[in-house]
Design a binder for this molecule. Structure first.
Ligand code: SRM
Ligand code: SF4
Length: 515
């Protein structure tokens, strides 16, 4: 790896760069048996709290000794067999064990004990699953269209492309030292349909379907990101690539970023800061150099023409007589019995496959028409509805204070309870996308929501209380645009009446007759 750049040798390195330079995070892979033997308390603090994240193993200061395991699920797809393996892993931990569908179409497992990690990793490897490089200064789960290959209007099947990019970056799940020391985290998304189901605009690299001279390929966006200090939508690189070039271009951009991104101030290390420093022209030229060829100019228009779909409910597939069924999983939280049941339903009624969405929901594809009625009568669908109420339907929430030490507020439980109260009071004529995020890191993407709520501290009656900053106006799908903060520090206790008024005044809600 070529890390001996000017940036590395001359800049003042931040503390993360120092520990990475001392020992690459991926190296703890060879120490897992030892960690399991000595127990979590005896592991070197930097290995335990930082380097293990290179393997997707997250120490949780909120629940010490009970780790979180962040998987990689390319394109958000897994088989029933794989879901069952993950269910068995969390089931072992009783009340501590659960899983969350994430805003990157992924699963995080909770309650994991370090002594079980070697065995868990053996089971994952046998099932060709991996959690490698899913945290810290690595490329996160790569997102793709959740209805790839089954969407009648799809332009490009993203599944093989997402898999190819993941395999390159992770050396097919073994870990790839070429990309384990990026200046910061990095997000890649590949859109294959007309509705921008991956939130292309908030990724460091996004591939968006576009025709050039009658050929389907992708326009490329770069530099989208959220951070506590700054949020930016991705900008056009002015490049168009064929599907065959997606992996090469991803590696070229990553290499330019790895070798030139700032390693001094972690608040200014994401890709967009490098683009700002160089200007787009120089950045594009450096990417071309690394790519080894000239980049073709972007197609004039991309093919994102639709509002974003949420995929909930029953939908005809492009395969005649087949349907996919989108299940609403409240704020993405799954308990082991629900994971087993989801795996069973996908196998009994579908093709043994489950898909996840960035809205933290699940899809069971390939259900034949003849099996639909029986499927829809299954008890799990009482918990994971196919026609949830309008606010619940689009509710998204980050992890929040239950497990995340960055959190300024509790999110998931509060989010569910609040929309239930509002739904009891109001008739809401359309879906309203409400996103909660527990702190300014924005994992719950409040900037893409109709109503975004970001955890903060507020004052009420002279006391410091849990509160939120209110974001409004996020637009998704065609012409996506980020929402803006419109009001700061609303105490959570005042939030219900605030949202009630907003729903009535701006979203056409009306009080229910019985109230
Ligand atoms: Fe995130 C850090 C959870 C999507 C921006 N994020 C964290 C950590 C790892 C902090 C920690 O160590 O506790 C959180 C783990 C909490 C836990 O126990 O679950 C965490 N992020 C999540 C998830 C699980 C939220 C969710 O409930 O779905 C998402 C996991 C995705 C995945 O499968 O990999 C998640 N995080 C995001 C997104 C949304 C996205 O990717 O579309 C963002 C904003 C987009 C972006 O990154 O540009 C996001 N997370 C952050 C940041 C701010 C990054 C920055 O540049 O400053 C941090 C903090 C950091 O990296 O320093 C962070
Ligand atoms: Fe944790 Fe903050 Fe991310 Fe929520 S937004 S998961 S509280 S880091």
């Amino acid at each position: 790896m070529t890390l001996a750049t000017d940036k590395l040798t001359t800049a003042k390195l931040n503390k993360f760069e120092k520990f990475k330079a001392e020992k690459d995070g991926l190296l703890v892979k060879d120490e897992l048996e030892e960690f399991a033997r000595i127990g979590w308390e005896a592991i070197d603090a930097t290995d335990r709290e930082q380097r293990l994240k290179w393997l997707g193993v997250f120490f949780r200061p909120v629940t010490p000794g009970k780790f979180m395991l962040r998987m990689r699920l390319p394109n958000g797809i897994l088989s029933s067999d794989r879901m069952r393996i993950l269910a068995e892993i969390v089931q072992r931990y009783g009340d501590d064990g659960s899983a969350d569908i994430t805003t990157r179409q992924n699963l995080q497992l909770r309650g994991i004990r370090i002594e079980d990690i070697p065995d868990i990793f053996r089971r994952l490897q046998a099932a060709q699953m991996t959690s490698v490089q899913s945290g810290m200064d690595n490329v996160r789960n790569i997102t793709g269209s959740p209805v790839a290959g089954i969407d009648a209007d799809e332009l490009i099947d993203t599944r093989p492309l997402v898999k190819q990019v993941q395999d390159r970056i992770t050396n097919s799940g073994e870990g790839n030292f070429a990309y384990t020391n990026l200046p910061r985290k990095f997000n890649i998304a590949i859109a294959g349909g007309k509705d921008n189901s991956v939130h292309a605009e908030i990724n460091d690299i996004a591939f968006v379907p576009a025709y050039k001279n009658g050929e389907i390929g992708f326009n490329v966006l770069v530099g989208g990101f959220f951070s506590a200090k700054r949020c930016e939508a991705a900008i056009p690189l002015n490049a168009w690539v064929t599907p065959a070039d997606v992996a090469d271009l991803s590696e070229a951009i990553l290499s330019v970023y790895r070798d030139n991104g700032s390693r001094a101030n972690r608040q200014k290390s994401r890709l967009m800061w490098l683009i700002d420093e160089w200007g787009l022209e120089k950045f594009r030229a450096e990417v071309e150099r690394e790519f080894g060829r000239s980049l073709v100019e972007a197609a004039e228009e991309d093919e994102i023409a639709w509002e974003k779909r949420d995929h909930i409910g029953v939908h005809a597939q492009k395969q005649p007589g087949m349907y996919y069924v989108g299940l609403h999983v409240p704020v993405g939280r799954l308990q082991a019995p629900q994971m087993f049941e989801l795996a069973r339903l996908a196998q009994v009624y579908g093709s043994g496959e489950i898909r996840l969405t960035v809205e933290q929901n699940a899809i069971v594809p390939n259900v034949p028409e003849t099996r639909l009625e029986a499927f829809l009568g299954e008890p799990l669908l009482e918990q994971f509805a196919i026609a949830p109420a309008e606010l619940s339907r689009s509710l998204v929430s980050c992890t929040g204070a239950q497990f995340c030490n960055f959190a300024l507020i509790e999110t998931k439980n509060r989010a569910v309870a609040l929309v239930k109260e509002l739904e009891a009071e109001l008739e809401i004529p359309r879906s309203v996308r409400i996103h909660w995020t527990g702190c300014p890191n924005s994992c719950g993407q409040p900037q893409v929501a109709d109503i975004g709520l970001m955890g903060t501290k507020a004052r009420k009656d002279g006391k410091v209380v849990e509160g939120v900053d209110l974001y409004m106006g996020g637009k998704v799908g065609k012409d996506a645009a980020l929402g803006k903060c419109v009001e700061k520090s609303i105490p959570c206790e005042d939030l219900k009446s605030k949202l009630h008024d907003i729903l009535v005044e701006q979203f056409g809600a009306t009080p229910k007759a019985h109230l």
